[in-house]
Design a protein around this ligand. Structure first.
Ligand code: DGL
Length: 268
């Protein structure tokens, strides 16, 4: 039994889509969320920079006595996971790419898969390598969709601008006869309805969030680290800059009253 909280982080509001699944799957666990709102987006930054940011965030989360970390960000998961696991070798770290790959392998029938993510995730090749390792017959059609991140941070996920952006980015993938599409950025599930409308029912939308929460639960269970708390877990939210939209989006995603606190993350 372990009553310590779970630490979850992302560059901004995207990781809330993962936090939502964690809360659903592990309702009694305490959770500490950090959104790096001062330094979003991560997707256009170098591996070195994103690794440094992630290390600072993990050091901050460790001051909150977390028992495990969930990297609720594909850019960090696909570029920095090995380095972070080495630096924080005593800390269990769960990433989102492996669960995403496993979910996609279950979803695809025709082995023509679309992958959308940030520039950093797409050019890392992390999804593609793992999908092809598991099944060499899989073809991956990928597309970086950087504009989705600022739109999501603005809360513009189902208006005309969002629909036009979805069409502009996804037309070429849909034309490739894909039967599934991986949302390889945790901001993108906020566009699930808009993307679903565009790609149609024949394309399965793969959101790694749920499978990530399952992995976390399994890990905590296997290591006797689940809490024995009863009732709803406590949730705390931290950001690196004041930002009114965060609380609003957090409440709409999690249905939870959120008052994020600002942290000087550069000090960690
Ligand atoms: N939500 C993040 C991801 O999954 C980062 C997006 C960004 O900051 O560019 O990649």
């Amino acid at each position: 039994m372990d009553k310590r909280p779970i630490g979850v982080f992302d560059s901004g509001v995207g990781g809330l889509t993962v936090a939502k699944q964690i809360i659903k799957m592990l309702p009694h666990e305490d959770l500490i969320y950090f959104g790096d709102t001062a330094r979003v987006p991560y997707g256009s930054k170098s591996r070195e920079t994103v690794t440094k940011f992630s290390e600072q965030i993990i050091r901050f989360l460790l001051t909150k006595n977390v028992k495990a970390i969930v990297i609720a960000c594909n850019t960090v998961s696909s570029n920095c996971y090995e380095s972070l696991s080495g630096t924080f070798s005593d800390l269990p770290i769960i990433e989102v790419v492996t669960p995403g790959v496993e979910s996609c392998l279950k979803a695809t029938k025709n082995k023509r898969v679309g992958l959308i993510g940030t520039q950093g995730t797409v050019s890392s090749g992390a999804y593609e390598k793992r999908l092809k390792n598991a099944d060499s017959g899989i073809q991956v059609f990928k597309k970086a969709c950087p504009l989705f991140v600022p739109l999501a941070e603005e809360g513009w996920t189902d208006n005309e601008i969002a629909r036009l952006t979805v069409r502009e980015y996804l037309t070429e993938l849909v034309e490739k006869d894909i039967d599934s599409i991986i949302l390889g950025c945790t901001h993108y599930p906020l566009f699930k309805a808009t993307i679903g409308e565009f790609v149609g029912e024949k394309v399965t939308i793969v959101d790694p969030a749920k499978a990530t929460a399952v992995k976390l639960k399994e890990y905590l269970h296997n290591n006797d680290m689940l809490t024995d708390n009863e009732g709803e877990g406590r949730r705390e939210f931290y950001v690196s800059d004041n930002y009114a939209n965060f609380d609003k989006i957090c409440e709409s995603v999690l249905h939870y009253t959120c008052r994020a606190e600002k942290v000087d993350i550069e000090n960690y």
